[in-house]
Write a protein that binds this ligand. Structure first.
Ligand SMILES: [Fe+2]
Length: 167
């Protein structure tokens, strides 16, 4: 058994539950789609925002978009590490993203913050719900996704405070 484990680890990391390899890959694919879509919606709102706070919201959204793109990269590379080729193309994102699109129109600064905040919260919640089962299959992937949820929840807070909501 030990020999097999070592031989296997030369090619692919051994998972806590090797039968779950494709399920872990599929999970990472779904998270990748949501993160890419979030970054696209963030850009859309970066262009759509109007109002007294438009300038600061506009700049802040670019920061968030940059962080979501980095998180997407980390998630995609975890998938490849496990021997699964992720699809981050627009066709895959359009077909598989669970993030709600925004209207193509100008949107007031507070509405932008609200609309984005609830989408970030929804993505974070969906990943959080799956952490237990992912951990049973692969603790290292769980760790990657815990960091994603941590970042998204931080973003949720940074958006929430802009609406003047207290902790
Ligand atoms: Fe810009």
């Amino acid at each position: 058994m030990a020999m097999e484990s070592v031989a296997n680890s030369v090619q692919l990391p051994p998972l806590d539950n090797p039968n779950e390899r494709s399920a872990v890959g599929a999970e990472l694919q779904v998270v990748l789609q949501d993160l890419i879509d979030l970054s696209l919606i963030g850009k859309q709102l970066h262009w759509s925002v109007v109002g007294a706070a438009a300038h600061s919201v506009h700049l802040f959204l670019d920061e968030l978009v940059g962080e979501w793109r980095e998180l997407a990269d980390v998630v995609a590379e975890r998938a490849v590490t496990l021997g699964f080729v992720p699809d981050g193309q627009s066709s895959a994102v359009a077909a598989g993203s669970r993030v709600e699109a925004v209207e193509v129109q100008s949107l007031a600064d507070h509405a932008v913050v609200w609309e984005l905040g609830r989408r970030v919260a929804a993505v974070a919640e969906r990943i959080r719900e799956r952490l237990g089962s992912i951990g049973a299959a692969d603790l290292v992937t769980q760790d990657v996704l815990i960091k994603v949820v941590g970042m998204l929840e931080k973003h949720q807070w940074l958006l929430r405070v802009q609406l003047g909501q207290k902790a």
